[in-house]
Design a protein around this ligand. Structure first.
Ligand SMILES: [Zn+2]
Length: 139
């Protein structure tokens, strides 16, 4: 896997394998998620893959009533919104993802700072398979 290019396509391929992978600059240790081929801090182009644990805290969230078609297909709409959020990961990088296991209809019950852990939602099959990262509050 170390041979994969540091692109969004590789990032999505790793998601299909249930891994969240970022790229880390070998020179200054800066971590990028999604992965970048060149470090924007030091300009270095020598990167390595770094697996993200998928543990973090909810940093921000919003309820979404009109989302992508696969979400509509799952029955989410204006009356049944789902929650999309930003997670501050233990590795000090942020990631946008769907937040599962929360009540998006009652956003006052959702708290910034809640510890969350990653899970993977697979949609489609074979070459058409896409995997969407999601986070769920830790019990
Ligand atoms: Zn760097």
């Amino acid at each position: 896997m170390e041979d994969r290019p540091f692109t969004d396509a590789s990032f999505e391929q790793f998601l299909n394998e249930e891994k969240i992978m970022g790229s880390r600059c070998k020179k200054c240790q800066a971590l990028y998620l999604p992965p970048r081929p060149v470090c924007i801090k030091c300009g270095g182009g020598d990167m390595e893959w770094a697996e993200i644990t998928g543990k973090g805290r909810l940093a921000a969230f919003t309820g979404i009533g009109i989302g992508p078609s696969f979400m509509s297909a799952e029955g989410y709409d204006r009356n049944n919104p789902y929650c999309s959020g930003v997670v501050e990961l233990d590795e000090n990088v942020r990631m946008d993802a769907r937040i599962e296991g929360v009540d998006a209809r009652n956003p006052e019950t959702i708290k910034v700072g809640t510890p969350v852990t990653a899970e993977f939602l697979h949609r489609g099959e074979g070459d058409a398979m896409r995997t969407f990262p999601a986070f769920r509050p830790v019990e």
